[in-house]
Write a protein that binds this ligand. Structure first.
Ligand code: UDX
Ligand code: UDX
Length: 487
């Protein structure tokens, strides 16, 4: 089996067949305690199931997806997502108790516990457009589970859903009564990209929401038993279904709200010559506030924060809690303002015109250690810079392919360059948007020597050594700090 694991490219197909053949004897031997299935092999489903399979060798874990391409990638050497530590863990258990497949219907039939991890984007049409969650994939998945189930199952909401979505799921699953009982649990994920493996292996908490009925509590125990394979009991929090669903939205809303709060303070720092890093440090030292998530930046991104806050806003509006809706909506408004402020600063500093000027964009991913660019501030910022007719040279260690997709159709003045030194050659300024570790280790003297003068750095993450850059000759503008300039 192991030789199959190193195959890739043209051998992909035969590799999959090998996996399938290997899978059959294990199933017939029935050597597994339970069959776990995850529908949706994305950023959440793939890593979550990989860790469960690693930690629970006596559970068979299958991950299915409607995308053949995604499943083929999970079965290959080139995983569809980049996440530190993930590949080693996939290779350790793939073909043993972790399987990736497109045979959704058969996998549903065989499963005892089904995690639903399909995407839940913000609705972009009709009622609630721009705020409410588009539940079409959840509903389609629920119908498919119902159609293919011949035995009782636990269905776990892993995707972030609106509060009371479990009720809808249950109604769909139990409609047309075929004698099968489904018990719904909510088990939101709190993994952050880039640290997903660690977050899953050493979680601050695992939250499981269930109904307070005998079957609800029994289902909850089954899921608790899975996590007890590696999570200390005191880190398992059990609640009712609605509290669990709401806690996920609230966690992300609180985290995003801290970022908008510190970004608002960054704007004050830039005009008063206070330093946002010093302010964060001083404020975060109060144990009631805490030091984390107080880094000012160009705005938060990622697939969750905006979507989940807007989901919360929609919920408030639905219940006519309008003041509360506008309180949370302000977190998103402030984030939009922060991205725009970053662009405006570049424009103003570079003599109010960017026409024909070259800018190197350092980092496109929404955060380091991931190739994910969903809702990345870089998308908005680059689009605005292109509107100002700047020429962009975008560099990123893992996100260039996604950047290309995000800017498709408007990128005639964009070059995608892997090597940051090459990206910076002949440019007028560097805009650092993602704090990849390697960017702080570059030879900035070498970069400066090949740039147009005056040379500018716009450090959107306070990631670089500003004093050293200034001494080399750069004019340095960083978020929430007074500029260091030579004129
Ligand atoms: C998704 C949601 O976006 C997020 O709100 C939730 O918290 C967890 O699930 P993520 O894993 O990051 O997060 O999404 P994505 O990478 O888009 O993966 C979803 C996968 O579901 C895709 O591979 C898609 O092909 C698959 N899918 C979607 C199905 O298998 N069936 C469907 O009907 C729809
Ligand atoms: C988030 C939550 O952290 C996680 O618990 C949840 O399960 C999914 O959503 P993720 O979006 O992967 O995770 O990354 P996160 O580390 O939260 O960063 C989100 C955004 O906030 C990034 O764009 C990041 O750069 C930004 N950020 C984070 C800041 O601007 N400043 C900070 O201090 C922290």
């Amino acid at each position: 089996m192991s030789k199959g694991l190193v195959r890739s490219g043209p051998d992909l197909f035969s590799f999959k067949i090998e996996l399938d053949l290997a899978e059959k004897p294990l199933m017939t031997q029935n050597k597994f305690k339970k069959n776990i299935l995850c529908i949706g092999a994305g950023y959440v489903g793939g890593p979550t199931m990989t860790i469960i399979a690693n930690k629970c060798p006596d559970y068979k874990v299958t991950v299915v997806d409607i995308s053949e391409e995604r499943i083929a990638a999970w079965n290959s050497d080139q995983l569809p997502i980049f996440e530190p530590g993930l590949k080693e863990r996939v290779l350790k258990v793939r073909g043993k108790n972790l399987f990736f497949s497109t045979d959704i219907d058969e996998a549903i039939d065989q499963a005892d516990i089904i995690f639903v991890s399909v995407n839940t984007p913000t609705k972009n049409f009709g009622e609630g457009a721009g705020k409410a969650v588009d539940l079409q994939y959840i509903e389609q998945t629920a119908r498919r589970i119902k159609e293919n189930s011949r035995s009782n199952k636990i269905v776990v909401e892993k995707s972030t859903l609106p509060v009371r979505a479990a009720e809808t799921l249950e109604t769909i699953l139990h409609s047309g009564a075929n004698g099968v009982h489904f018990e719904i649990l909510s088990n939101p994920e709190f993994m952050a990209e880039g640290s997903g493996v660690r977050d899953m292996e050493f979680p601050d908490r695992v939250l499981i929401g269930s109904k307070d009925t005998p079957s609800g509590l029994a289902a909850r125990k089954e899921l608790v038993d899975v996590y007890l394979n590696w999570v200390p009991e005191e880190n398992l929090i059990t609640t009712n279904l609605w509290s669990s669903e709401l806690s996920k939205l609230v966690s992300n809303a609180f985290l995003a709200q801290r970022i908008s709060s510190i970004n608002s303070i960054a704007a004050i720092c830039e005009v008063t010559e206070a330093d946002v890093t010093e302010v964060s440090k001083a404020v975060g030292r109060d144990s009631r506030i805490g030091a984390k998530f107080l880094n000012a930046g160009p705005g938060f991104g990622g697939s969750c924060f905006r979507k989940d806050i807007l989901n919360l806003v929609y919920l408030c509006e639905y219940y006519q809690l309008n003041e509360i809706a506008s309180f949370w909506e302000q977190v998103v408004t402030l984030n939009d303002y922060q991205m725009e402020r970053y662009v405006k600063r570049i424009l103003q500093v570079m003599f109010n015109t960017l026409v024909g000027k070259k800018l190197a964009v350092f980092g496109f991913a929404f955060k380091p250690d991931t190739g994910d660019t969903r809702d990345a501030p870089a998308i908005y910022i680059c689009k605005r810079l292109l509107e100002e007719k700047a020429c962009l040279r975008i560099t990123d260690p893992h996100a260039l392919k996604n950047a290309q997709k995000d800017l498709e159709g408007i990128d005639s003045e964009v070059e995608y360059i892997e090597d940051p030194y090459k990206a910076a050659e002949g440019v007028h300024g560097i805009a650092l948007i993602t704090e990849w570790a390697e960017y702080s280790k570059l030879d900035y003297q070498k970069i400066f020597d090949k740039m147009e003068k005056p040379a500018f750095v716009f450090d959107g993450r306070n990631h670089l050594d500003h004093k050293a850059l200034f001494e080399i000759g750069f004019n340095v503008y960083s978020v929430g700090k007074a500029p260091l300039t030579h004129f």
